[in-house]
Design a protein around this ligand. Sequence first.
Ligand code: SAH
Length: 209
Amino acid sequence: MLDVRKIRLTLELRESGISDTHVLSAIEKTPREIFIPDNFRNQAYENIALSIGDNQTISQPYIVALMTQSLELQKKHKVLEIGTGSGYQSSILSLLARRVYTIERIKSLHVKAETNFKELKLTNIVTKHADGNLGWKEQIPFDRIIFTAAINKISNNFFDHIADNGIIVAPIVSSSKQILKKFTKKNDAILTEVLAEVLFVPNLKGVIN
Ligand code: SAH
């Protein structure tokens, strides 16, 4: 039954413009149900965001796919994610990149995500319980950075964190809306593209133990 739902979801993503076969196959390989609390598991393959507790959500599969596709990942890439949440997005990234560094500010979610990575035997994900806005200085430079909580502005530090041709994808708050944007660093200039209107939880400062 789950397989039928999974195939239906992949078809829906294709129809919505997700054409990167590597991204679609990473989504097909990843059991979304393990990232979701028991009471919502039957909805794991619906194309919707779901609650994961602590007032946080696992993103809608279409948005995960769109963000992943926009990162134009290669197997050699080192990726930084700000906002581990359930760990679903990190797991998808881990199948397409060399290593994923992911930061979560809420301790309980950080711990749960680590358990999920172990269960799926994803050994190329490195986690940290911290305020992601401080970055991960020891691991600079990154090839790609993904923000999975909405921010007002990307601090210049993050543009210094990526190599030339590096890409950052992030939901940016713009008056009362959130716009998913893609930033590409080219010869020290930053190219900006608008991807979609989105709805993410806010990026907040500090940590919760
Ligand atoms: N990528 C996630 C979506 C998580 S929702 C998934 O696939 O499930 C966004 C997450 O970002 C939340 O868990 C929230 O606690 C976290 N977050 C918000 N601000 C943060 C910050 N400054 N540093 C690290 N994590 C942050």
